[in-house]
Design a binder for this molecule. Sequence first.
Ligand code: PGA
Length: 252
Amino acid sequence: MRRPIIAGNWKMYKTPEEAVSFVREIRDALDAIEGADAVVCPPAIAIPGVAEALAGSRVGIGAQNMHAEEQGAYTGELAPNMLTPFCQYVILGHSERRAYYCETDEAVNRKAKAALAHGLTPIICVGESLEQNEAGETQSFVSGQVRAALEGMSAEEVVRCIIAYEPIWAIGTGKAASAEEAGRIIGEAVRGTIADLYGEETAGAVRIQYGGSTNPENIGAYMAQPDIDGALVGGASLKPSFVEMVRIAAGA
Ligand code: PGA
């Protein structure tokens, strides 16, 4: 049984002060929900404050990025052990990081291994562009991203990863992939690829999220897909109705 997991990717929204007051507002309601994991991923500078506001809560905290090295001359970056006092999760390879900060499959793989080595759960993002989708390249592209991200990992490490399938054309656009389509790509290109590499048992244990224009109205349809175990939520995670999404996922 894979436990549903809803993670909120706040991106570059909310000041540290706004972040703390928001988690204070939603914390008790999230803690009252059994049957699903809830995670918030604030901007890095807000993480310590959010961690303090969530002390004693079951709500998880994730970073939105991380460097793979232990330390070094990497201006503007954060090392794994800088996150571990506060975070249990880290989003890696988000399409915005890949597009605007030149993050490669190789970098995502290095970061994912570093996260695991430090006891952090990587939420590894994959997903095709509109052009690739229209050219019928979705399956092969997504499968390739999954292979590259997991390169060199043991089966035991792979089951500690979360994969988020986020078609780029569905992110922040209001044009969500249909639940059936998302379920099919996740089943075939994500879980199917893991099964090819590590076998059915390992593939069946990995939690896989859908991401892209999810909200309280459509989350139920995604959760009804057998291969979808949750969502990586952007815009809708900034509002108190994020709680509703976690509640729906827990009941699915
Ligand atoms: P969205 O973003 O829910 O605003 O489409 C999803 C994401 O980028 O993770």
